[in-house]
Design a protein around this ligand. Structure first.
Ligand SMILES: [Cu+2]
Length: 329
C-alpha cells in the first residue's frame, strides 16, 4: 500500500524526535518545517520506556466493586529524557483506569503513603464532598462507598487545596461507568489528557523536573499529554483493524486546557457527551472535552494506515498531545 505524504511526514517527525535529546520543548518553531507535515510537528518522544497501556479494562459482572488506591510520590517520565517528580495514585500517572457498570456500588479505600495530605474526588459519585472528599493525612486511610448511577467517562482527582497543584502533579485518572445495557463490542481505549508545568529541580540531575507554579497560573504548560507522557502513542501507536468499531473514552484532567479531540482522517460516528447514555452527536469532526469532563467517541477507520489523534488546539498538540492509531488488517 502507498503511504500518504502525511503518514510519511509524521514518521519522519517521529524519527527526528527519537534522535533528539531535549528534555524540554523547543522555544522556537523549527527553522525548516517540512511543507507537508500537518500533524507531526509535536516534540515527539522516543519510546525509551513502555507506553502507558491505553486499552480499556474489561467489563466485569460484579455489582459490588472494591477499589483500593495508594497515594505515593514517585518519579515518572513525562517525555523522552524528562523525569518529573509526580504525586500519584498507585505509582502511575494517570492513576489506574477503573471500570464499573451503572448501578454498581463502589467500595473505595484510599491509603496515603505520601508525606503530605491528599484526598479523592470521584466525578462519577453523587455524595457530600465535605463528608468524603476530605484530606487523608500521611500514613492514614479513608473508606467510603458510592453508587455509580450515571454512565459515562468520568474524571477522578485529588481535591486537596490547592487543587491545581495536586492535579498538575499527576493526581488524576479515569473511571468508566458502562450503561446497564452494554455498548456494542469495539476496540476500546482510554485517553486522559493533562498538562505539565515544569522547572528543573535545584541540585537534581538536569532532567529531573518539578512543578512551576507561575507557569501553571499563566496557563503555559511545557507538556500536554495523553496518559501522562508526551507523544507516547506516536512512537508506540494504538492498533486497530480497518473498519473495526473503535471507542475512545476521553477524559480531560487539565488542570487548565480544553481538549479539542480529533482523529485525523476520521469522522466520529457517535459522541456521547459526559454522562449521556444516548448519542448526542453524530458525524462530527472535533468535539471539546472540557477540563474536568469526559466523552465517549465511537468511530471506525476506513482503510489501512496511520491516523493521528490530537487536540486540535495545535499549540497543545505540539507540546505532546498527539498520538497515532495504526489501522492494519
Ligand atoms: Cu493530592
Amino acid at each position: 500500500m502507498t503511504r500518504s505524504l502525511t503518514a510519511v511526514a509524521l514518521s519522519a517527525a517521529i524519527l527526528a524526535g527519537c534522535r533528539g535529546e531535549r528534555a524540554t520543548p523547543a522555544a522556537a518553531p523549527p527553522a525548516t518545517p517540512a511543507a507537508d507535515v500537518s500533524h507531526g510537528e509535536a516534540a515527539i518522544g522516543a519510546a525509551d520506556t513502555a507506553p502507558v497501556d491505553a486499552l480499556a479494562p474489561a467489563r466485569t459482572a460484579a455489582t459490588l466493586r472494591h477499589v483500593r488506591i495508594e497515594i505515593r510520590h514517585v518519579k515518572i517520565a513525562v517525555a523522552h529524557g524528562a523525569t518529573y517528580d509526580a504525586w500519584s495514585f498507585d505509582g502511575r500517572v494517570p492513576g489506574p483506569f477503573i471500570r464499573v457498570t451503572q448501578g454498581d456500588t463502589v467500595d473505595f479505600t484510599l491509603v496515603n503513603r505520601a508525606p503530605i495530605p491528599h484526598s479523592m474526588d470521584f466525578h462519577a459519585a453523587e455524595v457530600a464532598p465535605n463528608r468524603v472528599y476530605v484530606n487523608v493525612i500521611p500514613g492514614d486511610s479513608l473508606h467510603y462507598r458510592f453508587i455509580a448511577r450515571v454512565p459515562g467517562a468520568f474524571l477522578y482527582h485529588c481535591g486537596t487545596a490547592p487543587v491545581a497543584m495536586h492535579i498538575a502533579n499527576g493526581m488524576y485518572g479515569a473511571i468508566i461507568v458502562d450503561p446497564r445495557q452494554p455498548r456494542p463490542a469495539a476496540r476500546e481505549f482510554v485517553l486522559v489528557q493533562s498538562e505539565f508545568y515544569t522547572q528543573h529541580v535545584a541540585g537534581a540531575d538536569s532532567n529531573t523536573l518539578a512543578l512551576d507554579w507561575q507557569k501553571l497560573l499563566g496557563l503555559a504548560p511545557d507538556y500536554v499529554t495523553f496518559n501522562g507522557r508526551a507523544a507516547q502513542y506516536a512512537t508506540a501507536p494504538l492498533r486497530v483493524k480497518p473498519g473495526e468499531p473503535v471507542r475512545f473514552y476521553v477524559v480531560n484532567a487539565g488542570p487548565n486546557r480544553i481538549s479539542a479531540f480529533h482523529v485525523v482522517g476520521a469522522i466520529f460516528d457517535r459522541v456521547f457527551l459526559d454522562g449521556s447514555a444516548t448519542a448526542t452527536l453524530n458525524g462530527v469532526q472535533t468535539v471539546d472535552v472540557p477540563v474536568g469532563g469526559g466523552a465517549v467517541f465511537e468511530l471506525h477507520l476506513a482503510e489501512a494506515g496511520d491516523y493521528p489523534f490530537v487536540t486540535h488546539a495545535f499549540a497543545d498538540a505540539t507540546k505532546g498531545a498527539v498520538g497515532v492509531v495504526l489501522a492494519k488488517p
